[in-house]
Design a protein. Structure first.
Length: 381
């Protein structure tokens, strides 16, 4: 072979050898491990399971779509942890995920668990998107790793107090909370707004998230002539509270609450009590009927997880999709690389169009109030 031909052949061989590793790398799947934390045991287990399901459905959709990150086909894996809605257990779960060097986290669910966990994620540099934790302090800590997909408690407590004053024309209310970060947060805002509007807060009481007997609290509130009770807590206490209100002759007393009580399961937890019709509750975001493509998405969810829908799942789904979109835009699943892209996200989701402000709050959060009629939750707006 002539020298020139030998030189060309040698160059081609060397080029092929150089390209081969990059080709092999591009063909090697990229494993993306996503942590998901919420209560799958304890009083809020039904809410936590709903969120896990939503995240799992998103991961199934992403894997079916053959997503490319940095030119490599991504394979998403879910690592689900139970925090039982307990702050200590939530912190332990967060540290475990940090130690495992997951690529991102969907969670946590309750504010009481999310707040301390957010500090752990900030220290290890892993972004987390909380689907439904609403305590305003979450995004006031200055962390660049914390995001949420719902209106916070400032908006929720304010809206419910204004509804009590302007629509129902109430003048006397009582406030009860379960001493959790979530319960105290939303109850404090309701009280502050109610008083600013001229409503008299005639009594304040406290309970806890495992309580079942509210007779002493309710008897004290009844003696003060309250026309309504605002409860900061979860449906697992609001249900029995409603039933006991009926027993004590308080069937016409309104019960207000945030997304913690605003679940499709509330009538069941109230034992079918007739005064469930006196409940007005709120949720950040739109009702499933008004979400972009919400009903079509729910049909897919129900087919995969029959009878398990509680209302949180679409937010778990969108939280996962937001993380994946930031990774695609950055061309990397490395938290230190794609984290900044979360602040530049502007994408359609199941729940809403998703974009964050500089603190990690949803840029344009919606808020929906609900009541119950014939045992079913119905949107007022």
């Amino acid at each position: 072979m002539p020298r020139r031909q030998r030189s060309i052949a040698t160059c081609l061989l060397l080029s092929s050898a150089a390209i081969a590793p990059f080709t092999a790398l591009a063909q090697t799947p990229l494993t993306v491990r996503i942590g998901q934390v919420g209560p799958t045991s304890g009083p809020a287990a039904h809410l936590g399971a709903d969120n896990v399901n939503g995240t799992r459905l998103a991961i199934d959709d992403l894997n079916a779509a053959n997503v490319l990150i940095g030119g490599r086909k991504a394979r998403f894996e879910l690592i689900a942890e139970d925090d039982a809605a307990d702050p200590k257990q939530g912190t332990q779960a967060a540290q475990k995920l940090c130690d495992q060097q997951v690529n991102g986290v969907v969670g946590h669910l309750t504010s009481g668990s999310t707040m301390p966990a957010s500090k752990v994620y900030n220290q290890c540099g892993i972004p987390h998107v909380s689907p439904v934790a609403t305590n305003p302090r979450l995004t006031q800590q200055g962390f660049k790793t914390s995001f949420r997909l719902l209106a916070n408690d400032n908006a929720m407590g304010d809206a419910l107090a204004r509804y009590a004053h302007s629509t129902l024309k109430l003048t006397k209310v009582a406030v009860v909370d379960d001493r959790s970060a979530y319960g105290q947060g939303v109850a404090t805002v309701f009280k502050k707004t109610a008083q600013s509007l001229g409503l008299a807060v005639v009594d304040e009481q406290f309970t806890h998230d495992k309580a079942a007997d509210f007779s002493a609290i309710l008897t004290a509130i009844k003696a003060k002539g309250a026309q309504a009770i605002f409860y900061g807590g979860l449906d697992t206490q609001a249900g029995p509270m409603l039933r006991q209100m009926g027993t004590l002759g308080m069937g016409k007393v309104h019960l207000f609450g945030g997304d913690g009580i605003c679940t499709v399961r509330l009538p069941e937890l109230a034992g079918g009590a007739a005064n469930v019709t006196a409940v007005t509750c709120g949720e950040g975001g739109s009702s499933i009927e008004k979400m972009p493509g919400g009903l079509a998405w729910k049909a897919r969810y129900d087919a995969r997880f029959p009878g398990q829908y509680q209302g949180n799942a679409p937010y778990g789904y969108d939280a996962m999709m937001v993380l994946a979109e930031a990774m695609k835009k950055a061309g990397s699943a490395d938290p230190k690389v794609y984290g900044a892209e979360l602040f530049r996200i502007d994408m359609p989701g199941v729940t809403a169009r998703i974009a964050f402000d500089a603190t990690g709050e949803l840029a344009n959060p919606a808020l929906t109030l609900f009541q119950f009629k014939d045992g079913k939750k119905q949107a007022l707006n």
